[in-house]
Design a protein around this ligand. Structure first.
Ligand SMILES: C[S@@+](CC[C@H](N)C(=O)[O-])C[C@H]1O[C@@H](n2cnc3c(N)ncnc32)[C@H](O)[C@@H]1O
Length: 198
């Protein structure tokens, strides 16, 4: 399996979970890898994705999330329900303004965590190129050592090129989610964090 830039950030996201959270929604859950990690952390997890084939793979993997086939940009979301809402590499598949729908589904004090992808090149991205090569090489070497081949790779969720640059993401986040923080990460990613008022 190739190095996965989103899975790489699972530990970071888990460290940003709110204290004492119990209910979670994972938006654009793909094959459900992060949703299952939330379950393993004691959360009751709803996980939604718009692609039936991807969701079928998630459902077949089991692990406890309650899966739902839905378009996050238009589907009805419960009001003030979730202690945490996560969206990993999914927001650029939908209008950025969809974040306001997510915040309405947050319980008081609940937290929105978006692992986002941005367009364009910054100085950090130049640093990411060698890091990326090393990470891919390490995964390849590990697979060779274990005898794994390309035909064993599991199905991956759909990918799409992001349309917003990091400054555009920051500006939109400030406008739509006052008090949010956008932190640039390696591998063309950012972490958007927003905590709903108590
Ligand atoms: C790049 S994949 C990321 C999947 C997963 N979060 C991960 O980290 O592996 C983006 C996912 O978002 C889903 N998606 C795209 N648009 C969506 C929408 N409007 N509502 C819900 N899911 C959507 C896609 O079907 C895909 O599974």
């Amino acid at each position: 399996m190739p190095f996965d830039h989103n899975d790489h950030y699972h530990p970071l996201l888990l460290r940003h979970l709110p204290p004492h959270g119990r209910t979670a929604l994972d938006v654009g859950c793909g094959t459900g890898r992060f949703a299952r990690r939330l379950v393993a952390h004691g959360y009751r997890v709803d996980a939604l994705d718009a692609d039936p084939a991807t969701l079928a793979v998630a459902e077949a993997s089991g692990g406890g999330p309650r899966y739902r086939l839905a378009d996050a940009a238009t589907a009805e979301l419960p009001h003030a329900r979730y202690d945490v809402i996560t969206c990993l590499a999914g927001l650029h598949h939908m209008p950025f303004e969809t974040v306001t729908r997510f915040t309405q589904a947050l319980a008081p004090g609940g937290r929105l965590l978006v692992l986002g992808c941005y367009a364009g090149v910054t100085a950090w991205d130049l640093a990411a190129i060698p890091a990326n090569a090393v990470a891919r090489l390490a995964v390849y070497a590990g697979e060779r050592a274990m005898g794994a081949g390309a035909d064993t790779a599991p199905r991956k969720a759909a990918v799409r090129e992001p349309g917003m640059t990091l400054p555009e993401v920051r500006a939109a986040a400030q406008r739509l989610l006052p008090g949010s923080r956008v932190r640039q990460l390696l591998y063309w990613r950012y972490l958007l964090e927003f905590t709903a008022p108590e």
